[in-house]
Design a protein around this ligand. Structure first.
Ligand SMILES: [Zn+2]
Length: 155
């Protein structure tokens, strides 16, 4: 197992390293200062990042096919340059309607019900005060990752 730890001493958490990102996605989404972190075999005495552990466990529950499928979605997402050629109003219109969205980080459906690494229905509401800030509501799509894969295979 590889870990992402701070290169400086002090109190902080060790993240689990996927090979390209931390399992919690904080590394690529900008939650972590990349310069201050390094990949290591030894997590030392640092406690593990809870979100990394949860996502890691979720991966462990998946079959090999499912995790390969998810990995390919995540890789695609990373390699994709998104340019919808939209105006701000068109974007607001698109994201304000319920749309299918791959939860590549954990999202809250309701109290104690978090979903990630699966498709959910997302509806956005733009902040009136801060441009670019969105409030999201998530609904579960009544399908497991396994069902989605079967659907893909049968198509
Ligand atoms: Zn983490």
């Amino acid at each position: 197992m590889m870990y992402l730890i701070r290169s400086t001493c002090g109190k902080h958490k060790a993240h689990i390293w996927t090979g390209t990102d931390s399992y919690c996605s904080m590394y690529t989404t900008g939650g972590l200062n990349k310069k201050k972190y390094k990949v290591a075999h030894d997590k030392k005495d640092y406690p593990l990042c809870t979100m990394c552990v949860n996502v890691f466990k979720r991966y462990e529950e998946l079959s090999e096919d499912e995790s390969e499928h998810i990995k390919s979605i995540l890789t695609e997402r990373k390699n994709m340059k998104i340019d919808f050629g939209e105006t701000r109003l068109e974007k607001v219109d698109r994201l304000s309607k319920p749309h299918k969205w791959f939860a590549w980080y954990p999202v809250e459906i309701s109290a104690h019900d978090y979903r990630w690494l699966e498709y959910v229905e997302r509806t956005g509401r733009p902040s009136a005060l801060c441009e670019g800030l969105w409030f999201w509501k998530y609904k579960a799509i009544p399908k497991t990752v396994g069902d989605v894969l079967k659907g893909v295979e049968n198509d």
